[in-house]
Design a protein around this ligand. Structure first.
Ligand code: ZN
Ligand code: ZN
Length: 335
């Protein structure tokens, strides 16, 4: 399956509040959007000015390239900068002429609005329309770079030649399958850093090779994590494990955070307090907090379990530290 390039020129279309979209992707792993891909799908060359004019050898959107499961690369154009800024997956079965809000898309299920005859749908949606109406696809954006951090057109041109990255004429272009591994490589090198390092950054492996998992968005919010770790430190609240002490430089500042409030108890008005509701837990303790229970075990419970197993006793306390504690207690008792 070939991938698709979505050309985004904020000078022409900027309904996105990009920082909010970025935050949503960071917290929930995705942002669903309707994307206008022009009017003449399936045509390699397309009539001039029809909306899918192409740069260099890249063909117009090839038939089938816009099907569900296709990788979509978001490329920024215009005076705000040019370059690769995001990745997503097409979730609609096929392009449709109607604008669909993300809400109605998720409520109806992707592609569900296309139950009618495809031809009839188009005609009904725009009765008497002279010009072909633009077609929309639903894209689940799953990895985005902050504005300004896009992989520049010059870097793209060096690594992925044959496409005029500085002058893409949108709105959507098919990507030569031979080019895809190069894009993935670049994205792996310069793309976003995952909150969970055991998970691949979306886009760095073919969509067909990964399954999407739901995550607790409170445990993946970068801002909330920062506040939590600034307050509680980077050692595990249950066992005291420090990734930096154990692994040195590569473990510096690394600690997963755990959301203490059971998800089943969250009301719709819930607002996260990163200091009281999040706690740093090492990967082992985090797994054991969730393992086999619907309501996560508390930190105190984890500590009790580890102490009962003899694991916590004296664990991280050296004889010198023990002596220092005894000395301190003796001094305090003398006064
Ligand atoms: Zn731990
Ligand atoms: Zn957790």
């Amino acid at each position: 399956m070939t991938a698709i390039i979505l050309v985004w020129n904020p000078d022409e279309w900027n309904d996105w509040t990009y920082p909010a979209v970025l935050e949503e992707v960071a917290e929930t792993g995705r942002h669903l959007a309707s994307w206008d891909i022009g009017t003449s799908l399936g045509s390699a060359a397309g009539p001039a000015g029809a909306g899918n004019a192409v740069g260099a050898d890249a063909a117009g959107v090839a038939a089938g390239a816009e099907a569900a499961g296709t990788d979509a690369w978001l490329v920024l154009q215009g005076r705000h900068g040019r370059g690769l800024i995001g990745h997503g997956i097409i979730v609609s079965e096929r392009p449709a002429p109607r604008i669909q809000t993300p809400d109605s898309a998720s409520a109806a299920g992707a592609g569900a609005q296309d139950d009618a005859q495809p031809g009839a749908t188009r005609a009904d949606a725009h009765p008497g329309a002279q010009a072909p109406s633009p077609l929309y696809i639903q894209v689940d954006f799953d990895a985005l770079l902050p504005a300004g951090d896009q992989i520049p057109a010059s870097v793209l041109a060096e690594t992925v030649p044959g496409i005029d990255w500085g002058a893409l004429h949108g709105p959507a272009l098919a990507v030569d399958p031979a080019v895809e591994p190069l894009l993935r490589g670049l994205w792996g090198e310069f793309g976003p850093v995952p909150a969970d390092p055991t998970q691949p950054v979306p886009g760095t492996v073919p969509a067909a090779a990964v399954t999407r998992v739901e995550v607790n968005k409170y445990e993946y919010s970068p801002d909330a994590r920062r506040v939590c770790v600034a307050h509680h430190g980077t050692s595990c609240a249950a066992c005291g494990f420090s990734f930096e002490i154990a692994y040195g430089e590569i473990g510096k500042d690394f600690i997963p955070v755990h959301h203490l409030v059971p998800a089943s108890q969250l009301g719709s008005a819930y607002e996260l307090d990163p200091i009281t509701d999040l706690v740093p837990l090492c990967a082992n303790c985090h797994a054991m907090a969730h393992h086999g229970v619907r309501t996560p075990r508390s930190v105190a419970e984890l500590r009790r379990i580890m102490a009962a197993a003899g694991f916590l006793t004296g664990q991280s306390v050296t004889p010198e530290q023990l002596q220092a504690q005894q000395d301190a207690r003796r001094i305090l008792e003398q006064h």
